[in-house]
Ligand binder design. Structure first.
Ligand code: DGJ
Length: 741
């Protein structure tokens, strides 16, 4: 071994590269022809690998068809899906990438223009492999950054055209790995508007299977996240490989079980929305990064690694580890029927019941084209004078003058003397424009359009072309003006349609780079603002935006039962601290279902941003009286959701008794909270014991629950025997706190 860091070793003789942490090894080598051959990805390896004697004896295809490859290029007889395809002037896409050299970099370099994981030298080390095609002189630099504390490897490609003719990058998968022959299952988070992040599991069969987004965004349809597991993997057992793409645009995840049994995983930008020209003599392209995490302890172990990695080394927001204020949003209370009077009444009642933040949703703007419904106003970010005759600044001053009356959470019941004032949040949808707007009248050339084709409207709106720097600057200026005009602490940034009529296939990626520039500028300029992403709910709940914004509206579906599925699904990869979750009115506006207030609130506690989305004045009085207690409960649970370790004791797609548990991240496991639900009543049937996880088996824990006597059990008893929760009837729930004695 000539070159060593704690996690990256290189054997110069065999040209073997190994990235290793306590929980994972990732190993590959360059063969004598310069081909990068994949050797191992999984539990840690402590010596050199036994020789591979399991390969097929001959067969019809060439050598490349039969070997596990690290960066399968195209056109040389590997008939599986390629990871990289580049079109030359002549039209051919043949590429022969041969190993040239490597470099080890302490820490992790930034990816130009793209959100990515980050860390100090003590957190992460990077191996860069340089490959080149001797014919076209195209070079590829494959970066592998290992975060040993999370058994995570982030990979991206930098492609450089050193030739003297333009080439076009048509495909460049950020991650590609050929897993060994054997049985595999794959899992994805799929759905649609108001039905996001359903866990979909299937066996991997011969041939290709996968999912994609071609919406221009990461989408409700399929989240940019794939899990490959050994068969029968559960929340606690089984080899689990996650692949999470840090990107907010169209994507493609493909799994191909090839004819000789190897299983290839490809994750990256969607090739149909790429086509990136590289100028001769130095044109470059960098792919987004994909983060692979390995867990030998099933899905739960994988999720906790993603949560800690993403909270600590992806999200740049100051809010990432701060408890979030309980909020009240007016959308489901008023929809577009809003003005300064009715909003003030909603905000006022919220403040009286202990809610600390009022969020003014859609409908507040537009002068010539007032936003009275979804058919006008987007783009014109000026307050509507009829609805707000006193102006935005005056309205914000009024709301931020409301005193927030709180129930005290303090243990000793002493009175909390600090009075807080309500904070103000605002809704915007800056990437969009209605044809009925002054912006569109002035700048019709700013929308996505393909010459000659009619513009397709969705929700009566068009998409601004954020690949244009004038559009980026307009959005930056407008948001800066709004945030400077009043005391605004929170922004909900919405985005309510997909991209159509693309001028060229490279525009969606140029748009993303433009969007990331806008978000980088605004979040740096206003670092104290709590930014929340939204795209008709969870249509852009992705790691790319999590880099800038610590939370996202999880779904437009606020029904508590549906939310259990959506929230548990989303938590597979995203920290629950990043989920917005609100209590809304019943019958629920999306599903028509009526569930008790207590259950709705307990479900919303699982999200880092707890809130209400209804007119509290319209709740029956006895329910209004419950709000201060529920807000106080949320403030007690919230710190554990923000920084704790999540254990999904049961998932709603597998059990009628979904249960989430958050354990404090300290070594002593000193506190925890259990959120236990029963979705439906089942007659004449025992509820299964709720076996806790993540506690110190030797410690004694005091359990505390509203209306119950405190009891003590050891961690071992709680984890081995479990709690017996007598939940009766439909829509029942319990919230139990644990404190180490
Ligand atoms: C879609 C969002 O998801 C909703 O919460 C709401 O903000 C509406 N847009 C407003 O138009």
């Amino acid at each position: 071994m000539s070159n060593q860091t704690p996690c990256i070793t290189v054997n110069e003789t065999t040209k073997t590269f190994s990235l290793t942490s306590p929980g994972v090894s990732y190993i590959f080598h360059a063969d004598p022809s310069g081909e990068l051959i994949h050797d191992h990805f999984g539990p840690p390896i402590t010596s050199h690998l036994p020789p591979d004697i399991g390969g097929p004896d001959g067969g019809w295809g060439s050598y490349l068809t039969r070997v596990p490859r690290e960066l399968p290029d195209s056109g040389r007889g590997d008939f599986r899906l390629p990871a990289i395809r580049i079109r030359k002037r002549t039209g051919n896409t043949v590429l022969r990438l041969e190993y040239v050299s490597y470099e080890i970099i302490p820490g992790k370099p930034k990816l130009p223009g793209l959100p990515a994981t980050f860390g100090e030298e003590s957190d992460v080390s990077t191996l860069v492999i340089h490959l080149t095609d001797p014919v076209s002189l195209i070079s590829v630099y494959v970066s592998y950054s290992i975060f040993p504390r999370y058994d995570a490897i982030a990979r991206s490609l930098r492609i450089v055209n050193n030739g003297d003719e333009e080439v076009v990058v048509e495909q460049a998968a950020s991650f590609c790995v050929d897993m060994p022959s054997g049985e595999w299952e794959m899992l994805q988070l799929s759905g649609d508007w108001a039905r996001e992040a359903r866990v979909v599991k299937r066996p991997v069969v011969l041939g290709t299977q996968g999912f994609q987004s071609l919406t221009g965004y990461s989408s409700h349809l399929h989240n940019p996240f794939l899990v490959l597991t050994s068969p029968r993997t559960t929340e606690t057992h089984g080899q689990t490989y996650g692949f999470s793409l840090i990107y907010s645009g169209s994507h493609s995840f493909q799994v191909e079980k090839g004819s000789v049994g190897l299983t290839r995983v490809l994750a990256g930008m969607h090739p149909d929305h790429l086509s990136w020209p590289l100028s001769p003599k130095g044109g470059e392209f960098t792919t987004p990064e994909c983060v692979a995490v390995f867990s030998a302890e099933g899905l739960g172990g994988m999720s906790r690694k993603y949560h800690s990695l993403y909270r600590g080394h992806l999200c740049k927001s100051r809010w990432v580890d701060r408890p979030r204020p309980a909020l009240i949003n007016n959308w489901e209370a008023t929809y577009f029927d809003m003005n300064q009077q009715n909003l003030a009444l909603i905000a006022k009642r919220g403040s009286e019941l202990g809610v600390g933040l009022f969020v003014m949703d859609d409908g507040w703007f537009g002068v010539k084209h007032p936003r009275l419904s979804d058919n006008a106003g987007l783009g014109d970010w000026v307050v509507n004078p009829e609805r707000f005759p006193d102006g935005l600044g005056d309205f914000v001053t009024r709301v931020t003058g409301f005193e927030v009356k709180k129930l005290d959470n303090k243990e000793d019941n002493t009175e909390d003397k600090t009075t807080t004032k309500m904070k103000f949040g605002i809704w915007v949808e800056p990437e969009m424009v209605n044809p009925a707007s002054e912006l569109f009248e002035t700048h019709p050339e700013w929308v996505l359009q393909a010459e000659g084709y009619p513009l397709t409207e969705a929700r009566n709106q068009l998409v601004l072309d954020l690949s244009q720097s004038a559009v980026q600057d307009y959005i930056i200026d407008k948001l800066t003006d709004i945030l400077n005009s009043a005391d605004i602490s929170y922004v909900k940034w919405d985005n309510n349609r997909g991209m159509h009529e693309l001028p060229s296939p490279s525009v969606p990626h140029a748009y993303m780079l433009g969007l990331y520039r806008v978000l980088g500028t605004l979040t740096t300029r206003f670092p104290e603002v709590l930014w929340e992403g939204c795209a008709s709910g969870g249509g852009r709940f992705d790691p790319g935006l999590y880099h800038y914004w610590a939370q996202s509206w999880t779904s437009d579906n606020t029904d508590a039962i549906d939310r259990l599925f959506i929230q548990f699904g989303t938590s597979l990869v995203y920290p629950p601290s990043s989920m917005g979750a609100h209590v809304s009115a019943v019958p629920n506006h999306q599903t028509g279902r009526t569930t008790p207030l207590e259950f709705r609130a307990h479900v919303a506690l699982m999200g880092g941003s707890f809130g209400f989305e209804l007119d509290l004045n319209k709740l029956p009085e006895e329910e209004q009286a419950q709000i201060p207690r529920l807000v106080a409960l949320s403030e007690k649970v919230n710190p554990l959701v923000i920084t704790g370790d999540l254990y999904r004791l049961e998932r709603p797609d597998e059990s009628n008794w979904p249960t989430a548990m958050f354990v404090s991240p300290d070594k002593a496991k000193s506190s925890a909270v259990v959120l236990a639900y029963r979705m439906q009543s089942i007659i004449n049937w025992h509820s299964p014991p709720v076996r806790l996880q993540g506690l110190d088996p030797e410690a004694t824990y005091e359990l505390e629950e509203e209306g119950q006597e405190a009891v003590e059990y050891t961690g071992r008893t709680l984890m081995n025997a479990g709690l017996r929760l007598a939940l009766k009837g439909d829509y029942q729930s319990r919230v139990i706190f644990l404190r180490r004695k």
